[in-house]
Write a protein that binds this ligand. Structure first.
Ligand code: SAH
Length: 250
């Protein structure tokens, strides 16, 4: 997978791309992440990339020419099939969208700054607008990093042990189960006994039940399409849902 990120502040993303699972995937060429600065495509002496908004109002707006030229410079490297603008007005990111994006061969992520980009960029260059949540950041870089971390986790070969993706929250539509490690007793708090006893089937059931419990307590609206075993495990913790449980949730 290839991801080109258009940003006025590549120095904000560079160190993050060297760290952890993401850093390793990039080092192993499983993933290519390339940073492009639209300022390098501004032709005036001050390398201007923004201007005052037509119609007045506060702040500055990123202008069309350097953004268009920066994206066009990628033509031989990126199919430009997916040009994503990070924007609080966009479709809200969730694991379904992440999974969809993990199937893309390449994408360009546009990070805006100031009051955003000239609308003609969204109208002509951009194929999708994505928001990471209903709040406003000062720039798209943090959002692009969220997207790259989430999408790359799902891309084949990025996370060495697929099981750790398979057990992530949301991967199977519900939240993840709680994890424990040594020591077995810490300040009087014990690790659940079943995890120490080595009965794999009992551990699987315990984990599924605890994932269901966490989801029931925190995000009950996620409990749809449950299997017969799920309904039984929920019954064990006193939650009795009928087989078609969609309309009975709080
Ligand atoms: N005035 C704009 C916000 C500008 S914030 C508005 O109200 O829509 C500057 C830039 O930060 C945005 O253009 C976008 O690229 C990025 N940004 C801010 N909040 C974001 C969010 N929730 N998700 C994704 N990108 C965001």
């Amino acid at each position: 997978m290839r991801i080109d990120i258009l940003t006025l502040f590549p120095e904000m993303l560079e160190p993050a791309l060297r760290i952890g699972i993401l850093g390793r995937a990039i080092a192993k060429d499983i993933l290519t992440v390339n940073l492009v600065n639209p300022r390098d495509f501004a032709h005036d002496r001050h390398r201007t990339v923004d201007d005052a908004p037509y119609g007045g109002g506060a702040g500055m707006v990123m202008t069309c020419p350097p953004v268009f030229e920066a994206v066009e410079s990628l033509i031989s490297k990126n199919s430009l099939e997916h040009v994503v603008l990070l924007s609080p007005r966009g479709r809200k990111l969730d694991q379904n969208l992440v999974r969809e994006m993990a199937g893309w061969k390449d994408m360009v992520l546009l990070c805006a700054r100031y009051e955003g980009m000239d609308e003609r960029i969204a109208e002509t260059l951009v194929t999708e607008e994505i928001s990471i949540g209903d709040y406003v950041l000062s720039g798209g870089e943090a959002a692009a990093l969220v997207l790259v971390e989430a999408v790359s986790r799902m891309a084949p070969g990025v996370v060495g042990n697929w099981e750790s993706v398979d057990t992530d929250s949301f991967y199977h539509g519900i939240l993840g189960y709680p994890q424990y490690t040594r020591p077995p007793v810490f300040r009087g708090k014990e690790v659940p006994r079943v995890l120490l006893e080595g009965n794999h089937e009992a551990i699987r059931k315990y984990r599924r039940r605890e994932a269901l419990r966490a989801t029931w307590i925190r995000r009950p609206e996620l409990l749809t399409n449950l299997s017969k075993e799920d309904l039984e495990l929920l019954a064990e913790i006193g939650v009795h849902l009928p087989p078609s449980n969609k309309e009975n949730l709080p």
